[in-house]
Design a protein around this ligand. Structure first.
Ligand code: GLC
Ligand code: CA
Length: 593
């Protein structure tokens, strides 16, 4: 609201604001993206407008009314740049063009314009850690050691061990195998922390930095509103020395060799100065699982002058997914989940801003991970409320709003994702006699779970396309689809809609968006309860993570009104609220103690 005013002229308002509820620092950072609700689109599986089985840009344009109806006003669109699609577009061949299967540059212009007409911002995925091996820079780079593009990538000679040439270090890559790839023309190795078709860029080279500045500016000049920055924590490398290995893996994956190293911050400060700040765009970094809260603040604290916010993954691991192969035995570690969310909320309270998301295109589905298959509707509504009532900018991953689930994989051929195939192979190598187990292991973590066709209707192929889609269609589209849920006031879709409405357009806008956060009953394993406070407004957010009926003590509050609930009615008796399994209710309250 004060975006356009100069800080000096604002000093009076700032002081008032300061004394009211927040530090001046956080107030000064008040930006449009703090009041947005985001939606992440994986273009390949969102909507196929031209009937070739692949989602496309016209498909997104076609569904803008749907997105507007849901209430979101920021779209993060996964890569649609020209690419050989080894990693579904994260392997970019040409940063300035659109992949043919997704459409044309005209479609991009049309999308930006039509989204903007609806007040919806467009945030692109900016892939700057690597390119495709088919990018012209890499084609040049691999030709000879003195090629002008040689230094755009990270090359190293092999190491001689017992008379044989091997990789320069034993580092493992995220997608399995070595982080180095041998390249014959120059008899040397290039670094690739993802797939061998995704060589890592050398950020130490200032020409690479300038190329990236240029790419970002080109898209911003075209009208996009910002970026989700892919794999941003990996732009610097430790000295090339072997990772410590316990002997079980030939190529141990040691994140610390290429994550969150000091130079990344220099590069981001440079990008901030030359791009993010002058364009006043949003820049949301993806910071890998090894990023601590402190490093999260280094990247995106208000004082860091690097990124606007960072996606972290700490809350993705709060269950026993690694211990069981039976989806029915999955159990959420509620105390861990509460602790993780709360630690980030507290640390960023006056120091920075957080995106709020459950999961994305790289994880299994929320419904299959934290939802309860016995109580899908109640548990998913509760999970939505628990997240959307926090301080930050919520992001919904496509299909989450209707409760899409993991795919029932039966065969390794059903995998499309490069990392799922590698993962299957990894498990099979460990236990060659048990391909069924290898399939189950790869399936339960597979990124393909999140990439099945969006389920629009109870129609052939879920209404995603009129021909057989390139990616999988989950057969449960008959029961789980947009069309049914839009018309059902008690659906998950309508619960999300209401949460967004409350945040963006209701009298609770300020408390939901800017209010402080306090977790209550930290040790209670059944309930995740927190307070949001802003001036005189206090919200009490109660979420039951229990399959059993429970009760929660309300004696410290006077209930003023119910803001949202996932049940038909709530039941209070003698200072207690009696909660059904997975009940969630938000009250406006007065604190009486
Ligand atoms: C990020 C993306 C993921 C991709 C990887 C390499 O983690 O989210 O989908 O495979 O970066 O670009
Ligand atoms: Ca298409």
């Amino acid at each position: 609201m004060f975006d356009n005013m100069k800080p000096l002229t604002l000093s009076f308002v700032c002081i008032m604001y300061d004394t009211m509820f927040m530090s001046k620092e956080s107030y000064m950072q008040h930006k449009w993206w703090m009041e947005s609700v985001g939606y992440q689109i994986y273009p390949k599986s969102f909507f196929d407008a031209n009937h070739d089985g692949i989602g496309d840009l016209q498909g997104i344009i076609r569904q803008l009314d749907y997105l507007e109806g849901l209430g979101v006003n920021l779209l993060w669109i996964c890569p649609f740049y020209d690419s050989p699609m080894d990693d579904n577009g994260y392997d970019v061949r040409n940063f300035f063009d659109v992949s043919k299967e997704f459409g044309t540059m005209d479609d991009v212009h049309e999308l930006i314009q039509k989204a903007h007409e609806k007040g919806i911002k467009i945030v692109l995925d900016f892939v700057l850690n690597h390119t495709s091996d088919e990018h012209p820079w890499f084609i040049e780079s691999r030709k000879s050691k003195d090629n002008p593009y040689r230094d755009y990538y990270i090359w190293h000679d092999g190491k001689i061990v017992d008379g044989t040439k091997v990789e320069p270090t034993n580092w493992g890559s995220f997608f399995g195998g070595s982080a180095w790839q041998y390249d014959e023309p120059t008899d040397s190795y290039y670094m690739k922390i993802f797939s061998k078709k995704m060589p890592d860029l050398n950020w130490k080279n200032e020409s690479v930095q300038q190329e990236m500045v240029n790419i970002a500016k080109t898209w911003l000049d075209m009208g996009v509103d910002g970026f989700r920055i892919d794999a941003v924590s990996h732009l610097d490398r430790a000295p090339f020395e072997d990772a410590i290995s316990d002997g079980t893996e030939k190529y141990p994956l040691d994140w610390f060799k290429f994550s969150n190293l000091p130079k990344v911050h220099d590069y981001l400060k440079m990008l901030n100065q030359s791009v993010f700040k002058p364009y006043d765009c949003v820049a949301i970094g993806e910071v890998g699982g090894s990023a601590s809260i402190d490093s999260g603040l280094l990247y995106s604290g208000f004082d860091s002058h690097e990124l606007s916010m960072v996606f972290n993954f700490d809350h993705n691991w709060c269950n026993n997914l690694h211990e069981t192969l039976n989806p029915k035995k999955l159990k959420t570690d509620v105390l861990a989940l509460k602790r993780v969310f709360s630690s980030w909320q507290y640390a960023f309270e006056s120091k920075g801003w957080l995106p709020l998301n459950w999961l994305n295109h790289d994880q299994p589905r929320l419904a299959s991970q934290y939802g309860d298959y016995k109580y899908p509707l109640a548990s998913l509504k509760m999970l939505a409320t628990a997240l959307h009532m926090m301080r930050g900018t919520p992001f919904i991953y496509q299909g989450e709003e209707i409760g899409m689930t993991n795919f029932p994989f039966e065969d390794v051929d059903q995998f499309n994702d490069v990392s799922s195939i590698a993962n299957y192979q990894y498990h099979l190598n460990k236990e060659p006699d048990d391909p069924v187990k290898a399939l189950k292991k790869a399936a339960q973590r597979s990124r393909d779970n999140a990439r099945t066709a969006m389920q629009w209707a109870n129609e052939l192929y879920g209404g995603f396309s009129s021909v057989e889609p390139m990616l999988l269609v989950n057969p449960n589209y008959r029961k789980i689809n947009v069309e049914d849920q839009i018309h059902d006031p008690s659906s998950l879709f309508n619960h999300y809609h209401k949460l967004i409405e409350l945040r963006r357009h209701s009298a609770y806008h300020d408390v939901i968006t800017f209010g402080s956060y306090e977790m209550l009953d930290e040790k209670d394993p059944d309930h995740y309860v927190y307070l949001r406070r802003y001036q005189d407004d206090v919200l009490l957010v109660i979420n039951s993570f229990s399959r059993k009926p429970t009760r929660y003590d309300l004696s410290s509050y006077e209930i003023i009104e119910c803001v949202i609930t996932n049940m038909k009615r709530y039941h209070i008796k003698k200072n207690y609220i009696y909660l059904k399994p997975y009940e969630s209710v938000v009250f406006k309250v007065k604190e009486t103690l």
